[in-house]
Design a protein around this ligand. Structure first.
Ligand code: BJW
Length: 270
């Protein structure tokens, strides 16, 4: 394991001299907190074999701009290309299983009812399949389908009866089926972002796992928690764009570090 812990709020600071001590400090902060928010990004699912969002833009997709694939204008311009990208990701997700990081979060929630709020940017269902059925999903659900344009007959028209295709379409009006995710330029679901902001503003510790912190408003939740006085711990093998919000930065992989932070036997067991 490469583990560098970096205390303090200065992202340019040298890594802590004693990563083990910072892991212990993070574990103690989580143990002491009466309310903990965990904000997850694609990195938590990397060890389940799901490429991170920006990794998913490598290989075949390397020459496409994220805005071209994950946006409504991109879908309207190239519906087959964007549908195929999502179809490939859906297949990979169906084959994936939750890893130790998803499982230890679900286990922590079971052992500490009412103390943990999981907020995820991920469109996979690995938190849910691990047992965190109430994880707040900010960016939607990769497996859900919905109509691209508002359907004039929502009671009668279901995407499940769309004419198969890439993408499927309505046999009556030609409306296209699109994935039920939040694309760039689209509003996040109001209930979910409202619940996430409330939880961030009222938690005593926030654990930020596997996100580049590049995408807003999700990235702003760490600053919201810090300004409200929470201890913010970031777990990521690489620097992120929100490192300045962290009290403690742990450089390492989620499936390795989260069990050490949260499993029974860690300081966070109490
Ligand atoms: C590991 C690891 C391991 C690897 N263990 N870690 C303020 C300022 C500037 C711009 C904006 C702003 N507010 C809003 C915007 C615009 C825009 C935005 O943020 N743009 C930025 C690019 C600058 N935001 C929006 O448009 C949002 N809507 C909105 O704001 O509505 C209001 C509005 C509307 C109209 C006009 C104006 C305002 C919507 C954002 C929707 C994001 N949707 C996506 C796609 C979902 C569907 C799909 O998956 O295809 O969500 S984008 C993509 O990024 C996806 C992710 O959820 C999201 C975050 O990515 P994440 O999770 O951080 O993944 P990566 O790949 O970036 O990082 C992975 C990390 O893991 C890395 O750091 C690795 O090191 C790490 N890692 N292995 C731990 N083993």
């Amino acid at each position: 394991m490469t583990l560098e812990a970096d205390p303090g709020a200065d992202p340019g600071a040298d890594p802590g001299a004693d990563p083990g001590a910072d892991l212990a400090a993070a574990s103690r902060a989580l143990a002491a907190a009466r309310s903990v928010v965990v904000l997850t990004g694609a990195g938590i699912s990397a060890e389940s074999g799901i490429p991170t969002f920006r990794d998913a833009l490598t290989g075949l997709w390397a020459h496409f701009d994220p805005q071209e694939l994950a946006s409504e204008p991109g879908f309207r311009a190239h519906p087959q290309r964007v549908w195929d990208w999502y179809a490939e990701r859906r297949e990979r997700m169906r084959r994936a299983d939750p890893n130790a990081a998803h499982r230890v979060l679900a286990d922590f929630a079971r052992r500490h009812p009412g103390r943990l709020t999981v907020v995820t940017q991920n469109v996979d269902d690995l938190h849910q399949r691990a047992g965190c059925s109430d994880a707040i999903r900010l960016h939607g659900d990769l497996l859900a389908d919905r109509w691209l344009d508002p359907c004039p007959r929502p009671a009668a028209c279901s995407t499940s009866r769309a004419t198969p295709g890439r993408p499927p379409r309505c046999a009556d009006c030609g409306n296209l089926v699109r994935p039920g995710v939040v694309w760039f330029g689209e509003m996040l679901p109001l209930v979910e972002i409202g619940r996430a902001e409330h939880a961030a503003a009222h938690c005593e510790a926030m654990l930020v796992v596997g996100t580049s912190g590049a995408v807003w408003p999700a990235a702003g939740l760490a600053g919201l928690a810090r300004r409200a006085g929470a201890t913010v711990v970031i777990v990521n093998p690489e620097p992120s764009e929100i490192d300045a919000e962290a009290s403690i930065r742990l450089r390492g992989r989620a499936a390795e570090l989260l069990p050490r932070l949260l499993a029974p036997g860690s300081d966070a067991k109490s």
